[in-house]
Write a protein that binds this ligand. Structure first.
Ligand SMILES: [Zn+2]
Length: 502
């Protein structure tokens, strides 16, 4: 049996780690959320759910690394470039939010993530790096790194394959004069106190020249990334934490983390896993540039469970290519609706089916609609009345659930051309076409009607494609449209006969 990645990882946690289990994750919110951001909280949450499905308890925490330096003005903030530029080099959390909506620039994008976490129904405790340092959790680690500075440096050099500059330090002081973290360097230290100079030029900003000294217990520093990552996992007792493949390639920070655990903490490292990139139209998403429909917009068009299903289904290390066109989004919804029908024991399913069924079960507690999204869209375009649509499809809850999404599709003209139509019956004069309409009867279902178009075309020596085109034209005034059987069935045979044959 081929296990889903969440099963494999949950089994490893149970086998290799001791209780209490902690699934952790981390992210830096320096720009707008994108699909990759969703994976950063959805994948660990999925592991937590899988552990629970296996009868175990697990906590899930997410570290928001907003002490990182603000190094780039993202596109949505471009209009505030003038206000933001003086703050380049400061920790994201100490940069004011120019929109005035959030506590800081880092919080502005973190608030967006928190909102998505809510929308996606993910239960997680979000911990800001600021709290981690303020609580003094990092102090003992910083001290340990100061005491083992040569070893820490050697580990980074060996695992990254890069030469470390002579002014390297395990910590990055925050300048008391200008507030920047990107431009400082430690000039002297013992195991608890340090002196620093704010005099580095990091291209996007320059230090102010200030020289100061502090104690680790003042909490005015951050540990450098490669040493900070293992710090939070050890401090909180992480059992498992994943990251994108870029943190897991040879020479990347995961290799450093493993050595830090082994040689400095002298402990066993957490379980690591890596996941692929989310590509947009085959391209890697760029945080600062953005591309296509953003995730915060997309959740207005597509129910989140469909997005969850789409992200959870593939193999973990596979890159997921998402191109949010209307056609592609309809395909995702149909795939999801199909997976909802896969009931029964997953262990008796073939590999591909099992994957879909499990991804569905990990994405939702219950299916919110029974009729298909496309049918509801079709019926609404014909009847223009939600109550009527709900009655005709016999799915009141489902129609109500999908109504806001479908309204968004219609309002924003997101509907693919072939599904966009208006019923505008033409008087049929052509004998053959009249014959076709006459032979339809009210007992036929959508499939029977669809087949009858083919049969009628064949019997009368008409190209099926031409025949379909003609039928669409007399119904909706254009040559393409929704599936013909469904369309005629939804319109009602009795009604179209009256309208077309008058
Ligand atoms: Zn400074």
């Amino acid at each position: 049996m081929h296990q889903h990645w969440a099963e494999q990882l949950a089994d490893r946690v149970i086998k290799e780690k001791t209780k209490p289990y902690l699934v952790s994750a981390g992210m830096t919110t320096s720009g707008p959320a994108h699909f990759g951001t969703i994976c950063e909280f959805l994948f660990p949450f999925t592991i937590k759910i899988m552990l629970e499905k296996k009868g175990e308890e697990a906590d899930f925490i997410l570290f928001a690394d907003i002490l990182d330096a603000f190094d780039n003005v993202p596109i949505p903030m471009e209009k505030f470039r003038k206000d933001l530029t003086p703050h380049l080099g400061k920790p994201l959390v100490f940069v004011p939010d120019p929109t005035g909506q959030s506590k800081s620039f880092g919080d502005y994008f973190l608030d967006e993530v928190k909102n998505l976490i809510k929308i996606f129904g993910v239960k997680v405790k979000v911990i800001s790096a600021v709290e981690v340092y303020k609580e003094g959790r990092a102090d003992n680690y910083a001290k340990l790194y100061f005491e083992n500075e040569e070893e820490a440096k050697k580990i980074i050099e060996e695992t990254s394959g890069r030469e470390i500059p002579s002014d390297w330090s395990p910590i990055m002081p925050i300048c008391e004069e200008c507030g920047k973290i990107a431009t400082t360097r430690v000039t002297r230290h013992d195991s608890e106190n340090y002196e620093y100079a704010c005099d580095k030029d990091v291209k996007y900003t320059k230090g102010c020249g200030f020289k100061g000294k502090n104690k680790l217990t003042d909490h005015k520093y951050k540990i450098t990334w490669r040493l900070h990552w293992p710090m939070w996992m050890d401090s909180y007792g992480t059992s498992i934490e994943g990251a994108g493949v870029d943190h897991h390639t040879k020479g990347s920070s995961w290799d450093t983390l493993l050595e830090v655990f082994k040689r400095i903490y002298k402990k066993e490292a957490p379980i690591g896993y890596r996941y692929g990139f989310i590509l947009m139209e085959g391209k890697k998403y760029s945080k600062s540039k953005g591309l296509g429909l953003g995730i915060s917009e997309l959740v207005k068009f597509v129910p989140v469970e469909v997005i969850k299903y789409t992200l959870i289904k593939p193999d973990l290390e596979e890159n997921i290519d998402i191109n949010p066109t209307p056609q592609n989004m309809l395909r995702l919804i149909e795939d999801f609706e199909g997976a909802a029908k896969l009931t029964g024991n997953v262990d008796e399913m073939d590999r591909a089916t099992r994957k879909r069924a499990l991804a569905f079960r990990l994405s939702v507690d219950k299916m919110h609609w029974n009729s298909s999204f496309l049918d509801i869209l079709l019926y609404y375009q014909i009847y223009g009345d939600w109550t009527e649509v709900a009655k005709m499809l016999g799915d009141n809850d489902g129609v109500n659930y999908l109504k806001p999404f479908i309204q968004e599709w219609i309002g924003k003209e997101f509907i693919p051309e072939e599904y966009r139509f208006k019923y505008q019956p033409a008087k049929v004069t052509d004998e053959k076409l009249r014959g076709f309409v006459e032979h339809l009867n009210e007992k036929m279902d959508a499939l029977a009607i669809h087949n009858s178009v083919f049969e009628f075309a064949k019997t009368n020596g008409i190209e099926p494609k031409t025949m379909f085109g003609e039928v669409y034209k007399i119904l909706i005034g254009k040559e393409r449209g929704p599936r013909i059987g469904k369309l005629i069935y939804a319109l009602g045979v009795k009604r179209i006969k009256e309208d077309l044959l008058k």
